[in-house]
Design a protein around this ligand. Structure first.
Ligand code: ASP
Length: 330
């Protein structure tokens, strides 16, 4: 007999009985094949843990104060966007032309509302632009200079684009322009996109993702991160998901939504669905990346087929945990 459907019915029943639920949040800071301990000094790994913990603590205090899931996603992602360690906001990788082109998306699982932006060039915190699109516009996805001005009109901060030109990224692009073959070795090293999935005290689930995309991208290339259903998805009835990795494959396979559908229609747990999406589907296509999420039962899940994925999670009243490399270490 399949117990999961019965369990889900009971869960639904009890969630109506309980006024407050235990809150939880999970984050990622990108997956990559260069993420192996040998490539990082102790100081560098400590900086990753510190940055992940800082973001988790921001989310924890907001959740404890009763902030709704979707707002917490934005607050947590802003912390990561302001940290040059990640490929999002300040630390975004640069396009072939040497500028930042930023993508982000956010989704509220309580009502399936969503907002996304692609190809921003001056917004300091792209996730605030995605949230503005969700909240104030009749649209889901805005792009380019139109998205920059819409976000500004709704209060997102526009910075001088030089803000994003951190020396290590400029140097990497100069190297690539000298020899395009350098690109893959640098790009696969660490992808660094950021994402967050939250379940708040009301049991509402929300998810968001923010990225500079793939290094040396050209021709207005846009990846999965601002595509609802590919890089981000949230539905209180199923899961919240945020992805990172080779975006073209995440779009073709509609990874975030397909994970939700496996939970809904195949009675997979979140973790079973995540393992299938990453280790069966993507690995079967020789595609790389990872994802994080929380399912309607409140369980965390994550999977990646790279050597590492920056990640962390925290549940109400419990200690935060952060990880960088394979499945074993701290
Ligand atoms: N998924 C992002 C993209 O393809 C990149 C990443 O996650 O690192 O734009």
């Amino acid at each position: 007999m399949k117990l999961r459907p019965l369990f889900r019915l009971l869960l639904l029943f009890f969630s109506f009985q309980l006024s407050a639920q235990e809150y939880a949040l999970i984050i990622h800071g990108g997956a990559g094949n260069g993420l192996v301990p040998e490539n990082y000094t102790e100081a560098q790994t400590a900086a990753f843990h510190e940055a992940l913990n800082k973001a988790l603590m921001r989310g924890d205090s907001a959740l404890a104060a009763g902030t709704p899931a979707v707002e917490v996603v934005s607050l947590v992602i802003q912390v990561l966007e302001n940290d040059s360690l990640f490929n999002a906001g300040k630390g975004a990788v640069l396009t072939y032309e040497g500028r930042a082109s930023l993508d982000a998306s956010i989704m509220d699982g309580s009502n399936l509302e969503a907002g996304a932006v692609a190809g921003l060039s001056c917004i300091k915190n792209p996730i605030t632009a995605a949230l503005a699109v969700m909240r104030y516009s009749p649209h889901v996805l805005l792009s380019g200079s139109g998205a920059d001005s819409y976000a500004q009109s709704k209060g997102s901060i526009c910075v001088d684009p030089a803000y994003f030109l951190i020396p290590s990224k400029v140097k990497a692009m100069d190297k690539i322009r000298e020899d395009i073959r350098v690109r893959d070795s640098i790009r696969d090293h660490k992808m660094g996109t950021v994402g967050c999935v939250v379940r708040d005290k009301e049991g509402n689930i929300a998810a968001g993702t923010s990225t500079g995309g793939m290094m040396a991208k050209r021709y207005g290339r846009i990846g999965d991160s601002p595509i609802i259903g590919a890089g981000t998805y949230a539905n209180n009835k199923t899961v919240g998901v945020s992805c990172t990795g080779h975006g073209e494959y995440f779009i073709r396979n509609v990874i975030a939504y397909q994970l939700s559908a496996r939970y809904e229609f195949l009675q997979n747990s979140g973790q079973e669905a995540a393992d299938y999406m990453i280790h069966t589907l993507l690995s079967g296509q020789n595609a790389f990346g990872g994802l994080i999420g929380i399912d309607a039962e409140g369980e965390f899940f994550y999977a990646f087929n790279t050597t590492g994925m920056l990640r962390g999670f925290k549940r109400e009243g419990e200690a935060a945990e952060t990880y960088i490399f394979g499945l074993e270490e701290k």
